[in-house]
Design a protein. Structure first.
Length: 413
């Protein structure tokens, strides 16, 4: 019982007090009680409002915190790596760009173009490479941490452990495939209409998931057939996957360097159709799951380390149409150490007339070649210093593959 209730009870028990006085006193007590209740109600409402405001503030903080962390990280990278000409100068405002947040870019020295240089703090599964950065077109993608020894932010070295789908904008013209290296979850790549040059991807043994390649139908230089990315200018298969089927319509004449490095851990077999003439250096580099391969009659050149370290390759069949063979084509953890059986469908005499090339005359390694009428060695026959001059019809290939190399112009010695 409250204090005013006690007062009311006491007044009503006093018989000698006039009723009017009691009525007035009770009226004043009732007014006091109403005021007290109103004050209590207002306090309760205030508490509810304060609680609601506190909850709203916490919600805003919870939503804004990841963004603030991302902006902070992005800002840190910006201060160090986003100055014009990569000067590292302080930036007064955040550069504007489209594409996924948190990626790293830099502006070239003359301030006319920008380049994607790393995945930075981006943790998106689908990553969009920007078409513009700070008002400049993004024309290049490369892994700065691979080419610049002084640039090693821990979370961008070599690749991204988050990206599954990579979408490359139409403004990008050149891609150094090192920026795709060690993206172990990458499942698909979309190349935009502007891609002109795609550098070979070296020794990418980390990726196991790439299954889909797409290219803009407006790209005049590259196309996709059989899930193979093809440079239509040179008819070179640039990127293959574990699910690739090399087209047999004449659109592929060259298996490019490191073309099947994406399939190195999962591809057990591959059919190389008639029409393919050249297997470039390291085309099937470290394809550990590859068990057997038969080469068509059209194959004329097998370059250095084409089947390097194919540790499960049980046999390889080479047809008699071969013209140039690099002595290291099946070298290391393959033809020599792991007993891969290499069959040549021509005679010993034909094999020894095949032009043999090599890189180091002091490091010539030989392994058995089983011919139709006996056995020979991988180095048997015409092996001499480099021997590029022995195949003038492939001068264009050597010059494209090894530009500026001094031995290209060498004649017999």
């Amino acid at each position: 019982m409250s204090y005013t209730d006690k007062q009311e009870e006491l007044l009503r028990s006093l018989d000698y007090v006039e009723p009017e006085m009691i009525a007035g006193a009770v009226r004043r007590i009732d007014e006091k009680k109403s005021l007290t209740k109103a004050v209590k109600k207002n306090k309760v409402n205030l508490y509810f409002k304060l609680a609601a405001a506190a909850v709203a503030c916490l919600a805003i903080i919870a939503i804004a915190w990841p963004t603030s962390v991302l902006i902070t990280e992005y800002s840190e990278y910006s201060q160090n790596f986003f100055g014009a000409g990569n000067s590292g100068a302080d930036i007064e405002k955040m550069p504007e760009y489209d594409g996924s947040r948190g990626l790293l870019y830099e502006i070239n020295e003359d301030g006319t173009e920008a380049a994607f240089i790393g995945y930075g703090s981006c943790t998106d599964e689908t990553v969009y490479i920007a078409s513009t950065y700070d008002g400049l077109p993004v024309t290049r993608m490369y892994n700065k941490s691979h080419w610049d020894a002084e640039y090693h932010p821990a979370d961008v070295y070599f690749g991204s452990s988050y990206v599954k789908h990579l979408v490359i904008s139409d403004t990008v013209k050149t891609i150094d495939n090192e920026c795709l290296r060690e993206c172990p979850k990458l499942e698909s790549i979309y190349f935009g209409a502007g891609i002109e040059k795609l550098m070979p991807l070296f020794h990418n043994r980390a990726n196991k998931e790439l299954v889909k390649i797409e290219v803009s139908p407006d790209n005049p230089y590259y196309a996709v057939k059989g899930n193979c990315l093809i440079d239509t200018r040179t008819k070179t298969l640039v990127i293959g996957t574990p699910t690739s089927v090399i087209p047999d319509d004449g659109s592929v004449e060259i298996i490019g360097s490191n073309a099947f490095t994406w399939a190195s851990l999962t591809m057990k077999s591959i059919v190389i159709p008639e029409g393919v003439k050249i297997i470039e250096r390291e085309a099937f580099f470290y394809c550990e799951a590859l068990e057997s391969i038969s080469l068509p009659n059209s194959i004329e050149v097998i370059d250095s380390q084409a089947f390097y370290a194919c540790v499960n390759l049980e046999k390889a069949e080479i047809n008699a149409g071969l013209k140039v063979f690099n002595n290291e084509a099946f070298f290391y953890l393959c033809g020599i150490l792991y007993g891969t059986k290499i069959y040549y469908k021509g005679t010993v005499e034909q094999w020894e007339s095949v032009i043999k090339t090599f890189r180091d005359e002091d490091d010539i390694r030989s392994y058995a070649i089983r011919c139709s009428d006996g056995e020979s060695l991988s180095s048997a026959g015409s092996l001499r210093w480099k021997n590029w001059w022995r195949a003038p019809e492939y001068q264009w290939y050597w010059e494209r593959k090894y530009p500026g190399s001094p031995f290209l112009d060498q004649g017999p010695n």
